[in-house]
Design a protein around this ligand. Structure first.
Ligand SMILES: Nc1ncnc2c1ncn2[C@@H]1O[C@H](COP(=O)(O)OP(=O)(O)OP(=O)(O)O)[C@@H](O)[C@H]1O
Ligand SMILES: [Mg+2]
Length: 228
């Protein structure tokens, strides 16, 4: 639910402590500290939730560009030559999900993409929806049909080969690729591990697109180092 807000000289003051928590990106905490959010931020908060962005990524665009976000920007700007699948691979913590969220925010701000045009899927949660007969159809239809989809943490959940889940994920990637709908896949594997982890058909589609491995060290470790 959105926070209730009152309008005052161009700004909205959200009520309630729920919007703010430790670990937010800089702008949200800074604005929260002085008790001020712009109305465009309020609108974005509602959309971010509907798009499926986890809360910690709502203001991911406030981070400085990383290697992963430069890959996203390059892909976005490729125009007609852009392959429909981009896979960003790499070890944990080097800003892959943040870069994907940054791209989502950018598409929202620049091209007006909203929840009916894009979805941010945390794949393990999406798999749970697929296993639930009441949610399956809506979740799948949306994921396959939106103009832009992020599949974050692909393979973080255990997917048996030849299972129902593998078939659904395969369908998702295959249909999106054949319809040329841009899809950003994020995983912690190396390119070599893709096939073992996802099966030949999905890996084949991903490798046919753009695959970028990020070798940056973990931002999380750097932050922990600074704290400690
Ligand atoms: N560009 C950046 N500059 C500084 N810190 C960043 C940047 N991007 C992300 N971080 C920090 O690094 C943390 C990890 O980022 P993120 O969750 O995007 O990594 P990840 O590669 O998706 O990790 P995992 O593979 O574990 O999901 C974030 O919580 C954030 O604090
Ligand atoms: Mg991540």
């Amino acid at each position: 639910m959105m926070q209730e807000a009152t309008h005052c000289s161009g700004f909205l003051w959200p009520r309630g402590p729920d919007l703010y928590y430790a670990g937010d990106p800089p702008r949200l905490t800074e604005r929260a500290r002085i008790g001020l959010l712009h109305w465009t931020d309020i609108l974005w908060l509602r959309r971010a939730r509907e798009i499926g962005l986890p809360r910690r990524l709502w203001f991911a665009d406030e981070y400085p560009p990383s290697a992963a976000s430069r890959v996203c920007d390059r892909w976005r700007d490729m125009g007609r030559s852009r392959p429909s699948l981009l896979s960003i691979l790499g070890r944990s913590g080097n800003g892959k999900s943040t870069a994907a969220a940054r791209l989502v925010k950018n598409l929202h701000d620049r091209y007006g993409y909203g929840p009916s045009e894009m979805v941010f899927l945390h794949v393990p949660s999406f798999c749970r929806d697929l296993m639930n007969p009441e949610r399956r159809e809506a979740a799948f239809e949306r994921a396959v049909g939106v103009r832009f989809a992020v599949c974050d943490d692909l393979g973080a959940s255990y997917i048996k080969s030849d299972s129902f889940l593998e078939a659904m994920l395969e369908d998702l990637i295959v249909v999106r690729e054949s319809e040329r709908r841009p899809t950003l896949c994020i995983a912690n594997w190396t390119a070599r591990q893709l096939e073992d982890a996802l099966g030949f058909r999905i890996a084949d589609r991903l490798v046919g697109g753009l695959v970028e491995e990020i070798h940056d060290p973990s931002f999380r470790r750097q932050q922990a180092g600074r704290r400690g």
